[in-house]
Design a protein around this ligand. Sequence first.
Ligand code: ATP
Ligand code: MG
Length: 401
Amino acid sequence: MRLIIYTGKGGTGKTVSACSTAILIAEKGSRTLLLSSDPAHTLADALIRPDLGTEPKEVIPNLQAVQVDPLVEMNKHYSSILSYAASMLHTKGLDETLAYELAMLPGMTQLFSLLMIENVARTKSFDTIVLDMAASGEALRYLFLPKIAGSVGRKLSSLAGVFSGFSKIFQPFAKASGVPEGVLENELELLDRLGRLSKLMVDRDQTTIRLVVNPDTFSIENAKRTFMSASLYGMSVDLVVINKIMPVGSPDPYYSRWAESQRLKVENAKASFYPLPVREVKLYDNELIGVDMLRENGRVLFETSHPAEVLFKGDSYRFHKEGSSFLMNVKVPFTKKDDFDVERYGDQITIKVKNQTGFMINTIPLPAITFNMKLSKAKLVGDELVIIFEDTAYSGKNTKA
Ligand SMILES: Nc1ncnc2c1ncn2[C@@H]1O[C@H](COP(=O)(O)OP(=O)(O)OP(=O)(O)O)[C@@H](O)[C@H]1O
Ligand SMILES: [Mg+2]
């Protein structure tokens, strides 16, 4: 099963890109599920199908769409564990309402929405899933959570024997160690499913993330952080869609200024996401809505490739520790030693690259492990910049390598 995940900042065009992709893939004959965990029911709006809901329904032949309700999914999979964890906290004197809040780890509802993917993969009920991922960065973190929850939970459970992994998290609050049987079974099944989901998420032949941005600083910076996090978690990103680009050539100075400023953002995005493929989509003269328009948009997006193809394989970032150093390899579009300059500003580094017109600047968000490290060196090795951080407390001043 192929899984394609569209994500990006709010309003950039995730839903329309996901719909367009799903329509095209279905029309090429693959059994496709379009899945959204957005509580705002935007699939129904985009496809003009108010009847779409929490059960998959056919949109066109080969394409079904479903809007998962995170709370319904959560109740299906976690309610017995949740009640148990909450009751433990409650016996320690915590107010019951607060106990439930604490037992509900942040972002968990999103995680349960993803279990439907595991179900489809296991039952082979579709060949392709296109996931329209909710906008918040928080939600995306929980896309990676199966990996953490699955492996950590599993380890805790096996280490503790009969003692439950999730409930172990709450153990400091409780004296009692007896876990009701149903809770444990429920939890072990959940951990198995999260484990499988996690494997599927990092399988580069199977799962890729596609970033949707607009030609503006905010959405591009947001996507860069997502790109970095995805690399850290070992997930593949295979496409960047720059959506809603204003056409050039307007005689009105107001529009031509916008178009020029957007052109620079597009150039910046291409440098920032190098070597990922980048597709540009114009701002249409109308809202993108309904199967016909979405199909047309899909044809623009995938003029030269199959919409379900893995469009890029490889790592733009690689990381490893060497003793007390942390090394970060970044693929760069230049190869001359004298042409670049690397500086750190807080939680990001900037790479200044000389070109004919001056400097082009690429900023890269840093992984959290470097936050108390110092940038010590940057060197060019082949087509990669190797950036080395040392484990000496970061003083807060800008550092240069
Ligand atoms: N290239 C485009 N030209 C014109 N309108 C567009 C284009 N792309 C998207 N739109 C319109 O912009 C609006 C937002 O698009 P969409 O709902 O796909 O964004 P989103 O990223 O899913 O938003 P949210 O974060 O709210 O889920 C919609 O009304 C859509 O029709
Ligand atoms: Mg949306």
